[in-house]
Design a protein around this ligand. Structure first.
Ligand SMILES: C[S@@+](CC[C@H](N)C(=O)[O-])C[C@H]1O[C@@H](n2cnc3c(N)ncnc32)[C@H](O)[C@@H]1O
Length: 284
């Protein structure tokens, strides 16, 4: 049974009746959602290696990603998949996300129907996807090398449940006109608190009000050419340390998306609280 809060269109596009918006663009070949995840978010945050540049996480012992709007987990699965493929990946990947309306496990599986390379990862995620009542949940995946921390609830209190400084930020709410809470100044300040200095961020959203709110929250925002249909995206970078900054790290910026706008931020360096707990549990 699928979550009634998600409607699946004939072309495979997931749609939210609650917000009147799509989760992602499917594209003419059905693979647009994954292309967008890779280009807007992963490439935008420097997590795809290029001939000119190593990935941002190359050589790091661990890496922490923060996402607003976990949704169907496509960005997470794309990040996990890319991490697995990268010979210079950090030993551990920590991924924190907030989500008010978690989908059903069947939706996670259906979401990757056009992306067979993600199917095994989606199956592993779906197998652990239960009991997601409001609050913080930690899902250990990939022989505990990947830890997903889900803060279930409305975005601002859900962000308040998270601590630490993240290296990469994905901002992925619905259209800000339909979903203003995900893009408000208070939300962006809460995100900034969780970003380490120099962290790269990414979003598809280029709305002027959002860019202004991002700037006020402490991000340097640059517009760059992007994927259709918007054609432009933002490349934000955190210009100051978050509240819990310990030491700067050599990160930088970038980001974007495909429905209409994008951005990114810069992080700070302090292991999230759960990172210490994870290490302890792992006997390290
Ligand atoms: C565009 S979708 C995210 C897609 C997702 N990143 C993916 O890769 O599949 C936006 C998400 O934000 C969530 N959302 C919207 N408003 C929210 C709020 N106030 N608090 C928490 N989550 C919210 C929606 O439920 C939806 O899952």
């Amino acid at each position: 049974m699928t979550n009634p809060t998600i409607q699946w269109r004939d072309d495979g596009t997931p749609f939210s009746p609650r917000f009147g918006d799509i989760y992602r663009n499917t594209g003419s070949d059905g693979r647009g959602g994954l292309a967008q995840a890779r280009q807007v978010f992963l490439q935008g945050c420097g997590l795809l290696s290029t001939a000119e540049e190593a990935t941002a996480w190359a050589g790091a012992p661990c890496w922490a990603v923060l996402e607003t709007g976990f949704g169907l987990g496509l960005n997470f699965l794309a990040t996990w998949h890319t991490w697995r493929q990268d010979p210079r990946r950090p030993a551990r990947l920590f991924y924190s996300a907030v989500e008010a309306f978690p989908p059903e496990p069947a939706d996670l599986i259906r979401s990757v129907a056009a992306f067979p390379e993600l199917a095994p990862l989606a199956a592993e995620l779906a197998a652990r996807w239960h009991g997601l009542l409001p609050g913080v949940h930690r899902l250990r995946l990939d022989d505990e090398r990947v830890q997903l921390t889900l803060s279930i609830g409305d975005v601002q209190p859900a962000l308040a449940e998270l601590t630490g400084e993240h290296d990469t930020i994905y901002l992925d709410g619905f259209d800000p006109v339909r979903n203003p809470a995900m893009w408000s100044l208070h939300t962006l300040k809460a995100v900034a608190r969780l970003a380490r200095r120099g962290a790269r961020a990414a979003t598809w959203c280029v709305a002027r009000e959002v860019r202004e709110a991002m700037t006020a929250a402490g991000f340097d925002v640059e517009r760059v050419p992007g994927l259709p249909p918007s054609g432009t995206h933002c490349r934000p970078a955190m210009r100051r340390a978050g509240r819990h900054a310990v030491a700067p790290s050599p990160m930088s910026q970038r980001v974007w998306r495909g429905r209409g706008a994008a951005w990114s931020s810069a992080p700070v360096w302090q292991a999230p609280r759960w990172r210490t707990a994870w290490r302890s549990a792992a006997g390290r």
